[in-house]
Ligand binder design. Structure first.
Ligand code: FAD
Length: 311
């Protein structure tokens, strides 16, 4: 069996695998797609010490770094389940990770780093203009819209936080909320309403992302009260309707999740199941960013090593 089996090949999983392998223990990494969300990212300007890079370039460096340590990489494989197994010989006790393909992998400890995905609008134009005006991360892409007009779709906490954050950078922000009222905390709503360059429109159903063939030029929404189609001219659209953790396969397992599906971890990256650690966007970590996911991956690997030397 492996000493440490990392599930997920994004920044959290890559960092965890490197930290584990550097302890000289048998380390495996199983991932559906190495690189995770970073593979889909265009410009990255907040990866500290690297003023500018691009997703595929960072992924290639991550892969090269992981491969320097003899990590056994199993890619294009999706994990279906994780269970504890024990045998009469206590040395053999550990965890079993089942793959959708039917194969099983055994390990003395597991690090879950399956990341998350942004909930999409599912309207025409969204895919076409992804990274060309359609954005999901204000911390990442906000500065690209300096002095421009943008919309934030979604009036929950993340949408209103994004609007307040963007209002300090861009010329103007329009918040489009589907419901008849915002769902964000009152204190955030008050702050947003106090800013002169934020407009809030409720009962707005986004129907189409418009562009000029190269980049976003505007948005169409239906006013759900009047039924009329409305148009806004914009350079950017930040979709803030939820980040969904890739943890469906853990539903019903012994690993405790929040009601949003996030893996509950403590400060050491430990989950509710002994020997199972977790890191990155799939967890309860408060901010979802590359540097944060990498730090969390390192934490989880050091905690897994600590668990191994004590058991
Ligand atoms: P992920 O990167 O999501 O990786 C998850 C890994 O798990 C993948 O390898 C996936 O294939 C695998 N996986 C999932 N489910 C399974 C399964 N069942 N079995 C096997 N493998 C599985 N952050 C920044 O800091 N700066 C930026 O500029 C930035 N820009 C972004 C732009 C976009 C478009 C997006 C989508 C995100 C951006 N982010 C940015 C956020 C950043 O990408 C994430 O915070 C980071 O990738 C999270 O790392 P992770 O390792 O936790 O998960």
């Amino acid at each position: 069996p492996f000493d440490v089996l990392v599930v997920g090949g994004g920044p959290a999983g890559a960092a965890a695998a490197i930290y584990a392998a550097r302890k000289g223990i048998r380390t495996g990494l199983v991932a559906e797609r190495f690189g995770g969300q970073v593979q889909e990212t265009m410009g990255i300007e907040n990866f500290i010490s690297v003023p500018y890079t691009e997703g595929p370039k960072l992924v290639a460096s991550l892969e090269q770094h992981v491969k320097e340590y003899g990590v056994e990489m199993i890619t294009n494989q999706r994990v279906a389940d994780i269970t504890a197994f024990s045998s009469t010989n206590s040395d053999q006790a550990g965890l079993q990770v089942s793959l959708v393909s039917g194969a099983t992998l055994k390990s003395r400890s597991v690090i879950l780093a399956t990341g998350a995905r942004w909930r999409e609008l599912n309207v025409p134009g969204e895919q076409e203009y992804r990274n060309k005006g359609v954005a999901y991360c204000p911390h990442c892409d906000g500065p690209f819209y300096k002095g421009k007009r943008v919309a934030v779709v979604g009036g929950g906490n993340s949408g209103i936080e994004a609007a307040i954050d963007l209002a300090g950078i861009v010329e103007h922000v329009t918040v489009l909320e589907f419901g008849d009222s915002l769902r964000a905390d009152e204190v955030l709503q008050r702050k947003a309403r106090s800013l002169a360059n934020i407009d809030i429109i409720t009962n707005a159903q986004t129907t189409e992302v418009l562009g000029d063939g190269q980049k976003v030029s505007g948005i169409h929404y239906i006013d759900r009260v009047s039924g009329e189609l409305q148009h806004l001219s914009l350079a950017g659209i930040f979709v803030q309707i939820g980040l969904v953790p890739n943890t469906e396969f853990l539903q019903g397992s012994a690993v405790e999740l929040t009601r949003f599906g996030e893996v509950i971890i403590d400060a050491k990256g430990a989950t509710s199941t002994p020997g199972v650690f977790a890191a990155g966007d799939a967890t309860t970590v408060p901010y979802k960013q590359i540097v944060i996911a990498m730090g969390a991956g390192a934490t989880a690997a050091l905690s897994a090593f600590d668990h191994l030397i004590r058991n």
